[in-house]
Design a protein around this ligand. Structure first.
Ligand code: SAH
Length: 269
């Protein structure tokens, strides 16, 4: 149902960028070529109303983000939309980028890494087709934002980050905000999380040249994996594990930061 809809929406996208390149004069990543529809007057009204009711000054921008960047582009799973509306993205980005937290773009989070564009977080989450009891593995915790979104839609989230400082910071943010069903670990996600397998869904938010076999092994039959595969520009792929093997579907061209560690030593092939 929703999975096929999300796919058709994504196929219409020319080039989606999920993550900015590290700083230092590298070209800015391409973002969605499509602009969100202009509904400023209505959006401002929503903002004013929401802010007044909830006392949260970010509630209006967050609702606009969901309506204009996400729902209007075809993401329609209500649990995903609710999650995107509830998670305070501004608390996962560095303070100097807080004002841009709800903009239609990826943002730097330090150590050359980025938090993905909100639409990409929503699209990938929808593609996982999660249920409330599902167990999800994320490779690439980054800021912890996507893990928090997953935790509102699934039962338990396990997330691994290879950069020590980012992993610790994300753990502390998630703890402070009370996301108790998110379990964090610092390390290379190549080998997955063997003691917690099998998973109903696995998501990679950094791009491997080739899907690590241990991650496929840790997916349940019937489970879904969403992964950007490739080097500079990647294909966002939806993998479904079957009793016979795996089915692969290409969703859209994307650009994520590379998956580092063991996968790079294995090389493509
Ligand atoms: N999901 C994140 C975005 C992360 S960007 C968020 O919501 O903020 C991708 C992250 O993957 C980076 O933080 C990067 O350090 C991490 N990463 C790259 N290779 C990895 C690996 N082998 N294992 C675990 N994390 C990895």
């Amino acid at each position: 149902m929703s999975r096929s809809k999300a796919r058709s929406v994504a196929l219409a996208v020319v080039l989606v960028a999920a993550a900015a390149t590290p700083s230092g004069g590298a070209p800015k990543p391409n973002q969605l070529r499509t602009s969100p529809p202009q509904r400023n007057i209505q959006a401002n009204q929503v903002q004013a109303n929401t802010s007044n009711q909830s006392g949260d000054p970010w509630a209006g921008p967050r609702r606009d983000m969901v309506e204009l960047q996400i729902r209007d582009r075809g993401v329609n799973q209500s649990a995903v939309l609710r999650a995107m509306e509830s998670v305070p993205r501004h608390l996962f980005v560095p303070e100097e980028h807080r004002d841009e937290a709800y903009s239609d773009a990826p943002l730097p989070i330090g150590w050359g890494q980025t938090i993905s564009q909100p639409y990409i977080v929503a699209l990938m989450t929808q593609l996982l087709d999660l249920g409330p009891n599902d167990k999800v593995l994320e490779i690439g915790t980054g800021s912890g934002y996507h893990a928090a979104v997953l935790s509102r839609v699934a039962g338990e989230v396990y997330t691994i980050e290879i950069i020590d400082q980012l992993g610790r910071q994300a753990r502390s943010t998630l703890e402070q905000l009370g996301y108790q069903n998110v379990h964090t670990r610092v390390g290379d996600g190549y080998q997955g999380w063997p003691s917690e397998q099998p998973f109903d869904a696995i998501i990679l938010t950094a791009a491997p040249p080739k899907i690590p076999q241990p991650l496929i092994d840790q997916l349940k039959v019937g489970g879904r994996m969403v992964v950007p595969v490739g080097s500079y520009v990647q294909d966002l792929m939806l993998i479904t594990k079957t009793a016979q093997g795996i089915e692969k579907k290409t969703v859209a061209p994307v650009r994520f930061v590379p998956m580092t560690g063991e996968v790079q030593r294995k090389g493509p092939g």
